[in-house]
Design a protein around this ligand. Structure first.
Ligand SMILES: Cc1cc2nc3c(=O)[nH]c(=O)nc-3n(C[C@H](O)[C@H](O)[C@H](O)COP(=O)(O)OP(=O)(O)OC[C@H]3O[C@@H](n4cnc5c(N)ncnc54)[C@H](O)[C@@H]3O)c2cc1C
Length: 442
């Protein structure tokens, strides 16, 4: 690395990785820093949570993805602070990095709307650890139901509640339905896994609110076929070891007895995002996303770009772009191209424009809903598009072939290759009630 323009990229998710790749030929020294040594393909996390794929099949070491890119160094480190005046980044271990241009892509995290204590009982799905925690919780629930002789307890173990009816909630519910109705069929003696009750809750009026209404209705139908029920207009007021308390807008209260609650609801910005807003005085929306300028830079700091889930970017109608992989990829590449163009002393870049290729959510075997280029698809055609796109975007991964083989096997046989209860990740949240070994024995 020489004395070239120094571009530092924070985060190796979709935004950071695409930014780094777009700087491949730029006359710059690029440093990408992440606190994890791998890039995680979050859209397939639910498959880890439900035992179809193993963690290694949805993650790839950032270092190896970028190993051929000679102008780029990958560093492992947790970024905690920034001094935008001095153009410095501070790491938790005391390390300091200097930059000429900065691309911030530290993403988002789950939010419990001020009730972080619910996390213990209702894990979110954001990291690999979350996914294995959920897998642990789901599999233990069936084991505990098989062991208990108390019908009330059995019912609570066989009731699965997913809070949040967005794509993640829908995908989880569909996969759980398949586990209950097909994968575990015939495996138990005291219970019928297909008696499992899967309930998707949401405060809003309908499932998949960002999709056209007809597709929401198809998704509800597909879920029903898999034994999952959708309950909308319900606000969660409490979560603990014994289930979820809810309230309607009219004030009617209810309680669902369940030992397996999964959180697929709120999103807040990463910790570093908050710090960046404080240090730069940048405006934010109510979830903390940084309201960027049309070229994705932070107001008053033209050398700092914010991309992906952390950025608040209005579309032509003034509505914020959603927190999806496509937005992260396109914003990451755009910020990188802007820096490269500045280095060449070229013309000013046009403002960022999002090219929306559509939305997709998979519900189960050969069932999905898709809104692609204005075409509304459901059932097998939507599922096929979903399969094609996910394999296309998992290109960086050596595991693409493995994933395809796994899926082929899964779809033909309903078998799930990664249904193992490993680690003790979720034991804390089940040990209070489960008739199972203590944490250190699991
Ligand atoms: C379960 C789930 C399913 C999803 N499904 C879909 C889908 O089907 N289709 C779709 O388009 N989108 C989907 N999304 C959304 C999509 O994954 C995100 O929009 C996208 O990952 C955002 O990219 P990003 O680069 O902004 O952040 P991320 O991909 O989250 O990357 C952020 C990176 O920054 C790192 N980082 C954070 N803080 C620090 C720090 N302080 N120091 C160092 N490193 C740090 C993290 O380790 C991470 O690698 C899904 C998300 C989830 C959670």
């Amino acid at each position: 690395m020489g004395n070239k323009h120094r571009v530092v990229i924070l985060g190796g998710g979709f935004g950071g990785l695409y930014a780094a790749q777009a700087l491949k030929r730029a006359p710059a020294d690029v440093t990408l820093i992440d606190r994890r040594n791998f890039h995680l393909f979050q859209p397939l996390l639910y498959q880890v949570a439900t035992g179809s794929l193993s963690p290694g099949e949805v993650a790839a070491p950032i270092r190896s993805v970028l190993s051929k890119q000679k102008n780029t160094q990958v560093l492992l480190g947790n970024v905690t602070d920034v001094d935008p005046g001095a153009k410095r980044i501070f790491l938790r271990d005391g390390g300091i990095l200097e930059y000429d241009s900065l691309i911030v892509a530290t993403g988002s995290r789950s939010s419990y709307f001020g009730h972080d204590e619910w996390h213990t009982w209702a894990p979110p799905l954001k990291t690999v650890e979350d996914a294995t925690t959920i897998r642990h919780k789901i599999l233990i629930a069936f084991e505990a139901a098989e062991r208990t002789t108390d019908p009330v307890e059995r019912n609570a173990w066989l009731t699965f509640v997913i809070v949040g009816a967005g794509p993640t909630g829908v995908e989880l519910a569909g996969a759980l339905g398949e586990i209950a109705h097909h994968t575990l069929k015939g495996d138990f003696r005291s219970i019928r896994p297909s008696d499992a009750k899967i309930i998707v809750l949401d405060a809003g009026p309908r499932l998949l609110p960002s999709y056209p209404e007809t597709l929401s209705a198809h998704a509800v139908d597909s879920l029903r076929k898999l034994g999952a029920e959708v309950r909308t207009g319900l606000l969660v007021t409490h979560v603990d070891a014994n289930g979820v308390a809810t309230k309607t807008q009219e004030g009617t209260e209810d309680h669902i007895a369940s030992h397996t609650v999964i959180w697929a609801a709120g999103v807040a910005v990463s910790e570093f995002g908050k710090q960046l807003a404080t240090r730069t005085g940048a405006p934010t929306d109510k979830s903390g996303r940084i309201i960027v300028r049309p070229d994705l830079s932070v107001p008053n700091y033209p050398d700092i770009f914010v991309v992906g889930d952390l950025a608040y970017i209005p579309d032509q109608q003034g509505k914020p772009l959603p927190g999806v992989a496509q937005v992260a990829m396109q914003t990451g590449s755009y910020a990188a191209r802007t820096i490269a163009a500045r280095l060449k002393g070229g013309r000013k870049q046009k403002p960022f424009h999002y090219f929306n290729k559509g939305d997709l959510a998979v519900i189960g075997r050969f069932a999905a809903v898709a809104n692609v280029f204005g075409f509304h698809l459901f059932g097998f055609p939507a599922w096929f598009v979903w399969l094609f796109i996910h394999l296309l975007y998992i290109v960086e991964f050596q595991s693409r072939v493995v994933v395809l083989i796994q899926w082929g096997f899964l779809y033909l046989t309903y078998n799930r290759g990664a249904m193992l209860i490993t680690g003790s990740a979720a034991t804390k949240s089940v040990k209070a009630t489960a008739p199972l070994p203590a944490e250190d024995e699991v």
